[in-house]
Design a protein. Structure first.
Lengths: 97, 295
């Protein structure tokens, strides 16, 4: 298991929280909730070691557009970057709806 | 048991019913609990944001899950209070850890408290598990034993319904929990056994049991065989509407006069009717141990 932390600038608050996904093979769960700090703080725990740069690229792209003050936890069990992005989009959709 | 196309022509009615089915197997545990309860009544206890995850998995380099793979949801089933305890098979093969098993034991204890106070609530277990999570060893075993004790304490007050949907099935200590339930519902795809076929093959050799022989395995411990030999009370198709109906139908039978696990002498007699040196095949076993034989 590898743990990574990232932090991104935020422009606006988040009012809702959401949980999507499952820590199953090739999948991940995302917990997203409002944060008091004016940033998005992301903690990733993944079963696959050595992909920090790939995680950074995926998260940079998503949180560059998301821009909400949020606490985000990702528990990953070997999801591909595409699956990670889809789960993040799903979580974003739920907190917006 | 074998049917042909001429026995069962694909009528429009049958086709429409098939197409209208909503698979439970394809749902994750939380979706299953939500789908069984009446719309809008789902209320989760100790959900993901309570972060009651396993403290033991990260210490062993394994990513935990925020709900530890068990969903406890209270709500209504056909307007009556129910609590669904659903195991998530995709997380660690549904393996029961200290936290996940304790969540089920505590939910059963709460249900008992409600029943004792004259507020009946129907407990439903969705069992999708390989048994105890090996990484948590004795702590998991102890918590699974608590589940057993809680089922035994609760079942004189209200029927405890167990459901094994598949595709994992129900094995190990949790197969004992299934055996303790008042009524057990199985899908054709489900399996029920104390020792999983892979474990038996690993320990006793492929001559004893070929775990990759699906026809053989389902003939021994699949849902249909378990139902036909009266180890399960209902066999249903993979459809959420049918599952909701069968849970209500089983609950309506009330607390059984004698639970399956209390029929020790009957099961001893059943075992005595088998010659281990010349074991019957699955169809022969259905004749020796027929469905509906046990009270």
């Amino acid at each position: 298991m590898e743990t990574m932390n990232f932090e991104y600038d935020a422009r606006g608050p988040l009012t809702r929280r959401a949980h999507v996904g499952v820590v199953g093979s090739g999948d991940l769960e995302v917990l997203i909730e409002p944060s008091d700090k004016p940033t998005a703080q992301v903690r990733v725990r993944t079963s696959v070691k050595g992909y920090t740069q790939v995680w950074k690229a995926v998260l940079d792209r998503f949180f560059g557009r998301f821009e909400r003050a949020a606490k985000v936890e990702i528990n990953d069990f070997g999801a591909t970057p595409g699956t990670v992005t889809l789960r993040l989009e799903q979580a974003a959709e739920e907190v917006r709806s | 048991m074998h049917t042909t196309h001429s026995d069962n022509p694909i009528t429009k009615e049958r086709r429409d019913r098939f197409l209208a089915r909503q698979s439970v197997i394809e749902m994750r545990a939380r979706e299953r609990a939500r789908a069984i309860l009446d719309p809008g009544s789902f209320r989760e206890l100790l959900g993901p944001f309570d972060r009651l995850e396993s403290p033991w998995l990260p210490l062993q380099g394994i990513v935990p899950e925020s709900d530890d793979g068990v969903i406890v949801a209270r709500g209504l089933l056909a307007g009556k209070p129910a609590v669904i305890m659903a195991i998530e098979g995709a997380f660690q093969g549904g393996g029961m850890g200290e936290v996940s098993a304790s969540k089920i034991a505590a939910a059963l204890a709460l249900a008992r408290g409600d029943c004792e106070r004259g507020k009946p609530i129907l407990p439903v277990l969705l069992l999708e598990t390989g048994g105890v999570r090996l990484q948590e060893a004795n702590l998991g075993e102890a918590a699974v034993a608590e589940i057993h004790a809680e089922i035994v304490a609760l079942r004189p007050l209200v029927p405890v319904i167990g459901v094994i949907t598949g595709m994992i099935g129900c094995f190990g200590g949790m197969s004992i929990a299934a055996g303790l339930c008042s009524y057990l519902v199985m899908f054709r795809q489900a399996r029920l056994e104390l020792n999983g076929p892979e474990v038996i093959e690993q320990e006793a050799g492929i001559d004893e049991l070929n775990a990759s022989d699906k026809h053989l395995i389902w003939g021994l411990l699949g849902g249909e065989q378990r139902y036909e030999t009266s180890f399960a009370d209902a066999l249903i198709e993979d459809d959420v509407t049918e599952l909701r109906q069968v849970i209500q139908a089983q609950a309506a039978r009330g607390v059984p006069a004698r639970h399956r696990s209390e029929q020790v002498e009957e099961y001893r007699r059943r075992l005595a009717s088998i010659d281990p040196a010349d074991p019957p095949d699955s169809l022969a076993l259905r004749r020796i141990w027929p469905k509906g034989e046990m009270p």
